[in-house]
Design a protein around this ligand. Structure first.
Ligand code: MSP
Length: 652
C-alpha cells in the first residue's frame, strides 16, 4: 500500500498555543485527510518540544518542576487538537522516555561515524529561542529580533557536530532533489545559505539540566534542536522498541521502515534552516534517508506584524473556539493564506469570508438545491434526461470535471488557496446556472418536467463533487452535506483522483435540509470579541514572561514640559518629557487626533525609557508614552497617576 508521512513542528511549551501553532497543524491535518482519501496509508505526527534552558527557567519562575510545567502545557496543545477536531496519528512529547532513548541512539550513530567531537564553545545565545546568535559588532551582544532582548554570552565545554563537513554533500543533495525545499524561493535561500559556508555546530550544553543527557557523558545535555528534530524518527520507533505506538493503539511496533523518509515536514519559515540544513546533515551523518520535502509556510500577521507574545497581538484560540465554527476557521486559514506567503489575520476578514463564501456561496447553493429537490421532486434525487441535456449543461459538466482535475493538481502542489479559489469558481457557475434556468418557473409548467429534473440533477451532482473535494478542508460540514444528499458512507470515502461528475444517485431519498453555515452579524460579533479580549480570560491565555523579562523594561514617571503638532503628520505630536535627566526626552507619539498639545503640558505620563531610539518624520524619538488602546478604532488614552509622583520615578 502507498504510504504518506506528514509532520508538523513540535511546539515549544514556552507559550500557550495560538493561531500560528494551530495553522501548521491544520495544514498537516488537511493534507493527511486528503492523502487518506486518495488511498494512502497516512501517518500524521505532531507533539511538543519540551526541553531547554528557557523551559527550565519558566518552570523555576512559576515555582513548579519542569516536568509539571510541560505536562500542563502539553495538555494545552492536546486541547487545541481536540477542540479544533484535528486527528494526528500520534502526539509525541520529547520528555517521554522512549524519545530520549531514540535521540541518544541517533547521537551514538553520528558520533560513531566520526561527526561529533568535544571542544569549547563561546558565543551569544538567546535562551528564549534556544539559538546561538551571530555576533554583528565585535564584543557587543547581538539583539534577538524575535524576543527584543540582548543575547547572553556563553562559554563552556561543548560537543560539536561537524556541519562543515556536509557543505558539498548538502549542495549536491539540493541539486539532485529540487523538490526537497519548497516553495522555490525558500529553496534558493537555503542553497545560498549553505553556499556561503557552514560552521560546526555546538550541540550540547553543560549549564542546562532539563534535556536529553548525552550518552556516555551525562554531564552534557543535548542542544534542544538535536533532540527536537530527532522526534520525527523516534516517534516512528527508531532507536526504541516502538512500545509507545502499541500503548497508543497505533501499531504493534516500530513503523519506521514503513513511513520514513517523511513525505513532507510542514514548518514555518522561521525554522526552515533547522529543517533544511541541520536535519538533513544529522541524517546524512547517521546514514539515514533524507525527508522528501520540507515545506515552509509563511507567518500569520496580526495588525501587519508577526504574531508574538512579546508584541501582545496573538490571535487567541479561545476567541476562535467561542465565536467560530471550526470548519470555518480551517477554510479561512487555507483560503486566505497563499501557502508559503505571509497573510494578515483579522476577525473582520474571517467573518466576511464566512458570510460570502460559506453562507452565501456553498451553504446557499446546497440549501436552495436541496429545498427544490424536496419540493419539486418529492425528496428524491432526480435523473438528468438526454432530451433536456443541451450545450449549457454540457459546459457546466465539463467545468465540474475540469475543477476536479485542477483541485487535485493544486492540492498535490500544496496550493490550497488556489484549489479553493477554483472550487468557488464552480460554485458561482452553478449558482448562475440555477438563476438562469429558474427551476421554480419550470416547476409550474408540467411540460418542462424533464428540464426541471435535469437542472436539479446536475446541481446535485456538483454538490456531490463539492462534498468529496472539500471533505479534507471542511470535514464536519461536508459530512453533514453528504447526509443531507441522502448518501451513505462518507465523502472522505471517495477518492478525489477517481471522482467523476456522473454517479448513479438518482432516486436516493434526501435527508433533512439544514443550513450548513449560518450567516454572522459582523458588527455584533466584533463587539463581543472585543469585550472578551478586554476581559481577563484572553490575558491569561497569552504567554508568561519572567520577572527578569519585565525588569528589562525601564518604565519612568515623567512630566510633559512641551508639546506641539508635527507638521505634515496628522496623527503625531512631538513631546518633551522630563524624567529627571539633565535634558527632557524628545518623544513622538501618535495621539494628535485625541489630545491638544496645550492640554498635555504639565501632565504626568509613563515613559518606556530604554526603547531603542527611532526617527519618525526626521525627528528622533527617545522613548514611548504608554496609553490604553480603547475600542475598535483603537483610541489611545494616556496612562498616568492619581497621586503626585516625582518625575523620573521608576515603575515596577
Ligand atoms: N519547537 C520548535 C519546532 C521544533 S520541530 C523539530 C518551534 N516551536 S514553536 O512552537 O515556536 O513553533 C511551532 C510552529 O508554529 C512553527 O512552524 C512556527 O513557524 C509556527 N508559528 C508560530 N507563530 C506563527 C505565526 N504567527 N504564523 C504562522 N506560523 C507560526 O519552533
Amino acid at each position: 500500500m502507498k504510504t504518506f508521512y506528514v509532520t508538523t513542528p513540535i511546539y515549544y511549551v514556552n507559550s500557550f498555543p495560538h493561531l500560528g501553532h494551530l495553522y501548521s497543524t491544520l495544514v498537516a491535518d488537511t493534507l493527511a485527510r486528503y492523502k487518506r482519501q486518495c488511498g494512502y496509508e497516512t501517518f500524521f505526527l505532531t507533539g511538543t518540544d519540551e526541553h531547554g534552558q528557557n523551559i527550565e527557567r519558566i518552570a523555576r519562575e512559576r515555582g513548579v518542576t519542569p516536568q509539571a510545567h510541560c505536562d500542563e502545557m502539553a495538555e494545552a496543545f492536546r486541547r487545541m487538537i481536540r477542540d479544533f477536531g484535528l486527528e494526528p496519528s500520534y502526539f509525541i512529547r520529547t520528555s517521554d522516555e522512549y524519545h530520549h532513548r531514540g535521540a541518544q541512539a541517533l547521537w551514538r550513530r553520528v558520533r560513531e561515524a566520526g561527526y561529533i567531537y568535544k571542544g569549547q564553545y563561546e558565543g551569544w545565545f538567546c535562551p528564549a529561542c534556544a539559538e546561538f546568535k551571530e555576533e554583528e559588532e565585535p564584543g557587543r551582544p547581538p539583539m534577538c529580533e524575535l524576543h527584543g532582548r540582548p543575547a547572553e554570552r556563553v562559554a563552556e565545554e561543548s560537543y560539536f557536530f561537524r556541519l562543515s563537513a556536509f557543505q558539498d554533500r548538502l549542495l549536491a543533495f539540493y541539486r539532485e532533489h529540487p523538490e526537497c525545499v519548497r516553495p522555490a524561493a525558500r529553496y534558493n535561500e537555503v542553497v545560498s545559505f549553505v553556499q556561503s559556508g557552514l560552521r560546526d555546530l555546538s550541540i550540547s550544553r553543560v549549564s542546562v539540566r532539563w534535556g536529553v543527557p548525552v550518552p556516555e557523558d551525562p554531564q552534557h545535555t543535548m542542544y534542544v534542536w538535536f533532540d527536537a528534530l530527532s522526534n520525527y524518527i523516534t516517534a516512528l520507533g527508531w532507536g526504541n522498541e516502538g512500545a509507545h505506538l502499541r500503548a497508543a493503539g497505533v501499531s504493534e511496533g516500530p513503523v519506521f521502515d514503513r513511513y520514513w523518509p517523511a513525505d513532507v515536514h510542514i514548518v514555518g519559515k522561521d525554522i526552515l534552516r533547522f529543517h533544511a540544513v541541520y536535519w538533513p546533515a544529522f541524517l546524512m551523518a547517521a546514514g539515514l534517508p533524507l525527508p522528501r520535502t520540507v515545506y515552509a509556510h509563511g507567518m500569520w500577521l496580526s495588525g501587519g506584524r508577526k504574531m508574538s507574545k512579546t508584541l501582545g497581538n496573538v490571535i487567541d484560540l479561545d476567541v476562535l473556539r467561542r465565536f467560530f465554527a471550526r470548519d470555518a476557521v480551517r477554510y479561512f486559514c487555507l483560503r486566505e493564506m497563499v501557502f508559503g506567503e505571509d497573510a494578515d489575520f483579522t476577525y473582520g476578514a474571517l467573518i466576511e469570508r464566512i458570510n460570502a463564501d460559506l453562507a452565501d456561496g456553498l451553504g446557499n447553493l446546497a440549501s436552495r438545491t436541496l429545498t427544490m429537490v424536496q419540493r419539486f421532486c418529492d425528496g428524491r434525487l432526480p435523473e438528468a434526461s438526454a432530451r433536456a441535456w443541451g450545450g449549457y449543461e454540457e459546459e457546466l459538466r465539463a467545468a465540474a470535471e475540469a475543477t476536479i482535475r485542477t483541485f487535485v493538481a493544486e492540492f498535490e502542489a500544496y496550493n490550497f488557496s488556489r484549489a479553493l479559489e477554483v472550487t468557488w469558481g464552480l460554485i458561482a457557475r452553478v449558482d448562475k446556472y440555477l438563476s438562469d434556468m429558474k427551476p421554480w418557473d419550470l416547476a409550474r409548467r408540467p411540460q418542462e418536467r424533464a428540464r426541471l429534473e435535469t437542472v436539479l440533477a446536475l446541481a446535485v451532482r456538483v454538490l456531490r463533487v463539492l462534498a468529496v473535494l472539500l471533505a479534507p478542508v471542511l470535514p464536519e460540514t461536508m459530512r453533514a452535506l453528504w447526509r443531507q444528499l441522502g448518501f451513505s458512507g462518507e465523502p472522505a470515502g471517495v477518492n478525489p483522483q477517481e471522482l467523476q461528475v456522473e454517479a448513479p444517485i438518482s432516486g436516493v431519498r434526501i435527508g433533512e435540509v439544514r443550513p450548513l453555515f449560518p450567516r454572522m452579524d459582523k458588527e455584533k460579533t466584533m463587539a463581543e470579541i472585543e469585550k472578551q479580549r478586554q476581559s481577563e480570560g484572553s490575558v491569561s491565555s497569552s504567554a508568561w514572561i519572567t520577572i527578569e523579562d519585565f525588569a528589562r523594561v525601564d518604565l519612568r514617571a515623567g512630566t510633559v514640559v512641551f508639546a506641539e503638532k508635527v507638521t505634515g503628520a496628522d496623527r503625531l505630536l512631538r513631546l518633551l518629557v522630563d524624567i529627571g535627566e539633565a535634558e527632557p526626552r524628545q518623544v513622538v507619539a501618535g495621539i494628535a487626533p485625541y489630545y491638544r498639545p496645550e492640554e498635555l503640558v504639565g501632565r504626568k505620563v509613563i515613559l518606556v525609557a530604554n526603547l531603542q531610539p527611532r526617527t519618525v518624520r526626521g525627528i528622533e524619538s527617545r522613548g514611548m508614552v504608554l496609553a490604553a488602546v480603547v475600542g475598535p478604532e483603537e483610541r489611545p488614552v494616556l496612562a498616568g497617576f492619581t497621586e503626585d509622583v516625582p518625575s523620573g520615578s521608576r515603575l515596577r
